[in-house]
Design a protein around this ligand. Structure first.
Ligand SMILES: Cc1cc2nc3c(=O)[nH]c(=O)nc-3n(C[C@H](O)[C@H](O)[C@H](O)COP(=O)(O)OP(=O)(O)OC[C@H]3O[C@@H](n4cnc5c(N)ncnc54)[C@H](O)[C@@H]3O)c2cc1C
Length: 436
């Protein structure tokens, strides 16, 4: 059986409801443009910053290398969480209790902030508090998960519910897991509609959007900075770099600190509701305890299941990748064996060498980067914080603004680091499964 449905396309499922903005709808790009603030990258961070800046009185240009809405902002899985690869306990031990609590409080602020922002702006994007099931791949994984969640509960008051192996079938039709936990206040969103809502509000606030304008370099200038692109120059008093996993090598200092990872997601054909109810009875978001996660969710606007995983390991076109993802999906949820795939897509996210997101300024250029797969809430928060820093009003402070944004000698943003990191994650997963 081919796993591809007759309507299969190599593009994000989210584009069915929210395709990227056609270039013709954008402002014409002049050979020389001036603005108070130029933002490089029109994803979530860039667009949220633009909205707040323009409403605060700034003249703003957002330049994007592709179409507005063509990047990870409308390709991600739409999980809303407050998860980092570093636990509270790890941070307490390595960077101190105050910083650990500050980081996790800010992650919670980011999660709550999406809900507040979406509601205040009236963006119709299926944001919901559906809860998240984290399924444990082994008993040592389960012990670590529960210890971590209990620690978070004691330190931060964040709640969770244990799911025993016997109760797992009431959450997920899979026999691969030994138990898990539900975090009830985590949520989901339709990332395409969310980003489309941001773009509409940015345009209404007077932001000029320059699609297909890849910035190749930033230089000092009498007014502040000059941005160079093949389409012309932009002169601005302030600049924001918001390019996350797409940061080009030309933006050298930034690219040297970010490891781009390919993430893969697919959406099934339309399924009978009863099948989804059997496989995902509570229609939450789902992931596992491995460093290299598999993730599952129902679509919020049609009867489909979205599945992602195998980050950074596949090669080829999406049509070639789909069978590997499909096999993995069926290994986890055998009830989906005969189900075909309507959409497969891939986008870039950015890892960092300390596994932490970063916000700050380098050589007078503001940045918010390195979201390690959790950029929908953090990008929304950091976009607001960047605007507050530039406008000099509101709360621009962040626990993620730390002096050291690490890199490695000779690392230039490409090469073998991503595959090596995935091998390291596998090793860690196997070690933990053995209880080490
Ligand atoms: C497959 C996948 C699944 C994910 N799932 C989730 C999830 O469930 N939940 C979650 O919170 N996060 C998830 N993420 C991560 C999330 O999508 C990102 O962290 C988030 O989009 C980051 O937002 P951003 O605005 O900073 O950057 P992006 O949305 O990546 O936007 C960066 C933009 O910069 C532009 N750009 C790059 N270079 C230049 C240049 N030189 N000049 C001009 N523009 C440039 C790009 O074209 C792009 O549009 C996922 C990511 C992927 C790839």
């Amino acid at each position: 059986m081919t796993v591809l449905a007759p309507d299969h396309r190599e593009e994000p499922y989210w584009w069915m409801a929210a395709p990227p903005m056609p270039e013709a709808e954008a402002a014409p790009v002049p050979p020389v443009a001036t603005a108070d603030v130029a933002i490089i990258g029109g994803g979530i961070t860039g667009m949220v910053a633009a909205i707040h800046l323009a409403r605060g009185g700034a003249d703003v240009i957002v330049a994007d290398a592709g179409l507005i809405g063509g990047g990870a902002a409308r390709m991600n899985a739409g999980f809303l969480g407050r998860t980092l690869k570093r636990s509270v306990a790890w941070l307490e031990k390595n960077v101190g209790a105050d910083q650990a609590i500050g980081v996790y409080r800010e992650l919670d602020e980011a999660l709550q902030g999406v809900a507040t922002f979406v509601e205040a702006e009236g963006i119709a994007c299926h944001r919901q508090t559906c809860g998240r099931l984290i399924s444990a791949n082994s008993l040592p994984h389960l012990r670590y998960l529960l210890k971590d969640l209990e620690h978070m509960k004691r330190r931060l008051g964040l709640d969770y519910e244990v799911v025993s192996k016997a109760d797992m079938s009431s959450e997920l039709a899979s026999d691969r897991y030994v138990g898990g936990a539900v975090i009830p206040d985590l949520g989901s969103i339709h990332p395409g509609l969310y980003h489309a809502g941001l773009v509409a509000r940015a345009k209404a606030a007077g932001v000029r959007l320059f699609p297909m304008t890849a910035v190749t370099g930033i230089e000092p200038d009498i007014r502040g900075k000059i941005l160079h692109s093949a389409r012309g120059r932009i002169s601005a008093r302030q600049v924001i770099v918001a390019t996350n996993g797409y940061t080009p090598r030309g933006l050298k200092w930034f690219a040297r600190r970010l490891v781009p990872f390919h993430g893969y997601v697919m959406a099934t054909e339309i399924l009978p509701s009863a099948l989804i109810d059997k496989v995902l009875p509570k229609r939450r978001t789902y992931l596992d305890t491995k460093m290299s996660i598999d993730f599952i969710r129902p679509a919020p606007d049609s009867e489909r299941i979205l599945f992602g995983g195998m980050t950074g390991r596949l090669n080829g076109t999406c049509a070639e990748i789909a069978p590997a993802l499909h096999r993995r999906m069926v290994e986890i949820m055998p009830d989906l064996a005969g189900v075909r795939i309507s959409r497969t897509w891939t986008g870039y996210c950015a890892g960092t060498f300390d596994f932490m997101p970063h916000i700050g300024a380098h050589d007078g250029v503001h940045y918010a980067l390195g979201y390690n797969f959790a950029g929908v809430p953090i990008g929304t928060l950091f976009g607001r914080k960047l605007a507050a820093r530039i406008l000099g009003s509101g709360d621009g402070n962040s626990a993620f603004d730390v002096e050291n944004f690490p890199t490695l000698p000779f690392f230039n943003g490409t090469g073998l680091v991503a595959p090596l990191a995935m091998k390291y994650f596998d090793l860690q997963d196997r070690r933990m499964a053995r209880g080490k």
